[in-house]
Design a protein around this ligand. Structure first.
Ligand code: SF4
Length: 349
């Protein structure tokens, strides 16, 4: 006896057998009310599938926002967009970059470190910073870029400087609520692949106006890039941007979208790590397994130093993963550490 639609039952049974729903089926899954028995069932199934495929492991990431200035990409949802920003230009000193890298990596359990700069970054200066970070971080931590559209040549330079992969997305509303060209965004991802770099991405920034069709299309578009990490991010309506005062989706709805994304990867050989923003436990019991500590600037925050505002530190992150039931942390070199109360205590600074 099942108490929800036979359609969802079939999707779940298929997922356990390594068969993923199609884009059209994802649309249907995304169309259920978040509190329906069907949505509850898909969240639970995605959670079980993810924990089964990863050995109940999660990953710690961190991001250092090394610079910001009014950004010409002018994304309507971003605290740095040139038409809306209220933030002063900022450039982190080398000393602070090294200190942040040491602080994030001192315990040897950080899987990945994103180094974020603006869309119109200077590639040579960025590579200089990457070298600094690579020399500071242990080899168990992968370094990932988070910058604007880039050529194959630029990615080859970044690879030489020390990056392992690239966070890049063709986002919801790209070219409509941003000044960027969706084709250039996808070409950048292809350039990263051609440079032999790992791809990391997400379905973002999700607002209440996005339809199941748009979200399912985005899930599949990002899936096609064969990412080692993907995820979901709700739009935060940053004060001073055109979205200020408009609606945001709930964590509960975000968790449903994460669950559909996990099910949509049921047929891949290695499940990508699945992240979400903003941090919430609802997503961790719906298939996500990645958390990010942040310092420096943050496009979802108007504070110059996000670690004192919206960003979380690594102890907060470990506690959240532990409370969400994860028993292991995966490191960037493929090894694991046990995540328990003693481990958290020993690594609280
Ligand atoms: S989201 Fe990125 S590209 Fe867009 S305005 Fe902000 S910093 Fe620039």
């Amino acid at each position: 006896m099942v108490y929800y639609d036979e359609f969802v039952n079939t999707i779940i049974e298929n997922a356990w057998q390594g068969i993923a729903p199609t884009q059209e089926e994802c649309v249907k899954l995304l169309s259920y009310d978040p509190a329906s028995p069907e949505a509850c069932a898909m969240r639970g199934a995605a959670d079980g599938l993810m924990r089964n495929r990863t050995g109940n492991a999660a990953v710690l990431f961190a991001q250092i926002g090394v610079s910001c200035h009014p950004c010409p990409a002018n994304c309507s949802f971003c605290a740095f967009a040139q038409e809306y920003t209220q933030m002063p230009a900022f450039k982190m000193s080398d000393e602070d970059i090294v200190a942040a890298t040491e602080s994030f990596t001192q315990d040897g359990d950080l899987f990945g470190l994103w180094i974020m700069a603006m869309a119109d970054y200077d590639v040579d200066e960025y590579c200089r910073i990457i070298k600094l970070v690579r020399e500071t971080a242990p080899s168990v931590t992968n370094i990932y870029s988070n910058v604007g559209d880039s050529s194959l040549e630029d990615f080859l330079k970044m690879k030489e400087a020390g990056i392992d992969g690239v966070y890049h997305i063709c986002r919801l509303g790209e070219g409509e609520v941003t000044n960027l060209d969706p084709k250039a965004r996808m070409q950048t991802i292809q350039n990263a692949i051609d440079a032999g770099l790992d791809v990391l991405n997400a379905v973002e920034p999700i607002g209440p106006e996005h339809t199941p069709e748009q979200i399912a299309e985005q899930i599949m578009l990002m899936r096609k890039t064969d990412p080692i990490q993907t995820g979901v991010m709700k739009r935060i309506n940053v004060p001073g941007t055109p979205f200020e005062g408009t609606g945001e989706i709930s964590h509960y709805r975000l968790a449903q979208i994460a669950a559909v994304q996990v099910l949509a990867h049921a047929d891949v050989e290695k499940l990508p790590w699945i992240g979400h923003h903003e941090p919430c436990e609802a997503c961790y019991v719906s298939g996500t397994n990645l958390i990010t500590a942040e310092t420096g600037v943050n496009p979802r925050d108007t504070a110059e130093e996000t670690s004192a505002s919206r960003g979380m530190d690594l102890t907060d992150c470990r506690i959240m993963l532990y409370e969400a039931g994860f028993t292991k942390l995966a490191k960037g070199d493929g090894t694991f550490v046990d995540l328990d109360v003693d481990y958290i205590k020993e690594h609280t600074h």
